[in-house]
Design a protein around this ligand. Structure first.
Ligand code: IMP
Ligand code: MG
Length: 183
């Protein structure tokens, strides 16, 4: 246990690596013979996306977008999503795979999918490392899912706790009683 704020380790580094390989294999098979454009939602998805993309066996491009839904100190999605950084790529007629770190209420990804669909990609699928399915409020298709996790606030492997700890190699549950925000 690195320190007190980690209440519990939910997904260990070797389990993450193993699951990422399985997802990469599945995606490579599904997109065989095609080019795929991976879209990462900043910032949390960057870590998962980088690992996943390096194991894909298809020709792929990558682009990023950022949306805001959570603010520092908040633990709940507001339901209102704003694009703060847009794609540099025209996705029209492309096979697009949207990569997310976690789907919680689903509001973020539902809004992003709606926006991207207006740009007329050839196909649009979703790959999420973590799914807090019991918290779902919006209808979201998840084509590739890493792990279904319980309704707990998690961090590490790209996910932040007040913008820190994205670099941790595991997914942990925060112990809110022992956690003090970095100053
Ligand atoms: P949603 O709109 O409720 O689905 O929230 C999705 C976004 O909220 C994710 O992309 C994350 O950035 C953030 N988020 C949701 N749950 C967690 C969590 O447990 N830890 C860290 N970030 C989270
Ligand atoms: Mg995110």
């Amino acid at each position: 246990m690195p320190d007190a704020k980690v209440g519990e380790i939910l997904v260990q580094p070797d389990e993450l690596a193993h699951r990422v390989s399985e997802l990469a294999e599945e995606i490579s098979a599904d997109y065989a013979g095609k080019n795929v454009l991976l879209i990462g939602v900043l910032k949390g998805a960057v870590f998962f996306l980088a690992d996943l993309m390096r194991q894909l066996d298809v020709d792929c491009e990558v682009d990023f977008m950022a949306v805001s839904s959570y603010g520092v100190g908040k633990r709940e999605s507001s339901g209102t999503v704003r694009v703060t950084f847009d794609l540099q790529t025209d996705i029209r007629d492309k096979d697009v795979l949207l990569v997310e770190d976690i789907i919680d209420s689903g509001h973020t990804i539902a809004s992003v999918l709606e926006m991207l669909n207006l740009r007329q990609p050839r196909s649009l699928k979703v790959c999420a490392l973590l799914d807090k399915s019991e918290r779902r409020e919006a209808v979201v298709p998840i084509h590739y899912r890493g792990f279904d996790i319980p309704n707990k606030f998690v961090f590490g492997f790209g996910l932040d706790l007040d913008e820190y700890y994205r670099n941790l190699p595991f997914v942990g549950v925060v112990d809110l009683e022992k956690y003090k925000p970095p100053s």
